[in-house]
Design a protein around this ligand. Structure first.
Ligand SMILES: [Zn+2]
Length: 133
């Protein structure tokens, strides 16, 4: 009885991403090392962590790889890359080149605006300094 109870405690699919730290009564993420207190048999917190933290990181790393390695946007439409993603996460949705292109262009514009604002500010300071001296 207690044996089946303890095995069902780590039966959920989230446990392929977490290690149960019996003595601490915590679950630790295998990737980020974040620890979560185990409250009963619930895996809600762990699911939330995967949904938020891992999804965000997946997207961030994918975008960085495409940009830093000069990959074409259509690389995300490669049949084998899609199979690889689905192997790691059976719920993974297929990405399109347009989605990744739009996201990268939006990030690029945001960063460009930030740099423009910083430069504008610096330039204003320099001119003001020049006029006052
Ligand atoms: Zn994690």
């Amino acid at each position: 009885m207690s044996e089946s109870a303890s095995s069902s405690r780590t039966h959920s699919s989230v446990w392929s991403h977490f290690t149960l730290l019996e003595e601490e009564g915590k679950a630790q993420c295998n990737y980020f090392g974040t620890k979560y207190k185990r409250s009963g048999g619930s895996t809600t917190t762990l699911h939330t962590h995967l949904k938020n933290k891992h999804s965000r990181s997946f997207w961030e790393f994918l975008v960085k790889w495409i940009v830093c390695d000069d990959q074409p946007f259509v690389v995300v439409e490669c049949e084998y890359l899609r199979k690889l993603f689905r192997l790691l996460n059976p719920n993974a949705k297929s990405l399109s080149a347009d989605t990744i292109h739009n996201d990268i262009m939006k990030s690029f514009k945001d960063e460009k605006n930030k740099i423009q604002e910083i430069l504008q500010e610096q330039l204003t300071f320099l001119i003001k300094d020049e006029l006052e001296s």
